[in-house]
Ligand binder design. Structure first.
Ligand SMILES: [Fe+2]
Length: 254
C-alpha cells in the first residue's frame, strides 16, 4: 500500500495579496501544515497545477520556500494559469523532456505519471503529439504494471457546462494511447475546483476542491461563478485491490 497526497489549484499570487478575499498563500500554508501533522507516511505530495494565478515569479518563489521545509517528497505540475518558463526558473527540476513539466515515477504499487496539459494562452488543455509520444513511451516502460495518471485538465465531461468547455481538448488521441496499453487504473485531475468522481471509459477518476477559491456547481447554464466552499486536499490510498480517495478539509471551523 502507498499513500499519496494531492494538493491542487493553490492559485498563489504575490505574497500579501488576496484573491476573491482569500489569501491563497495562507491557505496553502494551512494545507501543508495539516499534511505534515497527519501524513508523515505519504510517499509523495503532488501539486496538480494552477500553482500560481498569474505566473508571477514572487508567487513561485514563495512556493519554493514553503515546499523546501515540507519534509516529504513533492512534485509540481502546471495548469492553465501557470507559466512554464517562470516555473522552471524557480524549480529547474520541474523541467522534463522537451521542455514540458511532465514526469514518471515508479512506486511499490505501480507507475505514477504526471502529465503537462498546459497550452499557453488557453484555459482549456491540450496534449500535443510530442506529449502523447512521451506518454506512450512511459506507458510502455511500465511494462503492464498499474499506472496512475495525474493531469491538470480532466479529459472527461463533468456536466458543468462552463467547466466542460475548458477541459482537455482532443481527448480522442489520448484515449487511444491509454487503450493501447490498458494499464491506467485512475486519473487524478485538478482544474475544476470541485470534488467529482466516476469512471471514464472504465478508468476511475477523481477531482478535488482547490486550496483557495472554488467553482460553483452550475448545471443548467453555461456560466462560471466562484464559490467559497471550504477547501480540501486529497489523501489517496493505493494497493493492488483498490484506489481510495479522501477529500480532507484543513481549515479550522469558522
Ligand atoms: Fe484552477
Amino acid at each position: 500500500m502507498i499513500k499519496l497526497i494531492q494538493i491542487t489549484d493553490p492559485h498563489l499570487v504575490e505574497p500579501g495579496e488576496t484573491m476573491h478575499g482569500i489569501d491563497p498563500l495562507a491557505r496553502l500554508e494551512a494545507c501543508l501544515e495539516h499534511v505534515t501533522a497527519n501524513h508523515a507516511d505519504a510517499a509523495l505530495v503532488v501539486l496538480s497545477g494552477d500553482l500560481t494565478d498569474d505566473g508571477s515569479p514572487a508567487a513561485y518563489a514563495a512556493l519554493r520556500e514553503r515546499l523546501s521545509v515540507l519534509g516529504l517528497p513533492w512534485r509540481l505540475m502546471v495548469g492553465n494559469h501557470d507559466k512554464r518558463d517562470v516555473l522552471f526558473a524557480a524549480f529547474p527540476e520541474a523541467a522534463g523532456e522537451r521542455g514540458f513539466a511532465h514526469a514518471a515515477l515508479d512506486t511499490r504499487e505501480g507507475r505514477v505519471i504526471l502529465l503537462d496539459t498546459l497550452e499557453p494562452h488557453r484555459v482549456s488543455g491540450r496534449l500535443c503529439e510530442a506529449r502523447l509520444a512521451w506518454l506512450e513511451r512511459e506507458l510502455e516502460a511500465a511494462r503492464g504494471r498499474p499506472v496512475f495518471l495525474f493531469m491538470h485538465h480532466p479529459p472527461f465531461r463533468v456536466h458543468l457546462p462552463a467547466l466542460d468547455r475548458v477541459r482537455l481538448m482532443d481527448a480522442g488521441p489520448f484515449l487511444e494511447v491509454l487503450r493501447r496499453h490498458g494499464s491506467v487504473r485512475h486519473i487524478f485531475a485538478g482544474h475544476v475546483h470541485r470534488p467529482i468522481s466516476g469512471t471514464w471509459h472504465g478508468i476511475g477518476f477523481s477531482t478535488l476542491f482547490g486550496t483557495g477559491h472554488q467553482s460553483e456547481a452550475i448545471f443548467h447554464e453555461n456560466r462560471f461563478a466562484t464559490s467559497f466552499e471550504a477547501p480540501a486536499y486529497g489523501v489517496i490510498f493505493i494497493d493492488d485491490a483498490s484506489v481510495v480517495v479522501h477529500a480532507v478539509g484543513f481549515l479550522p471551523p469558522a
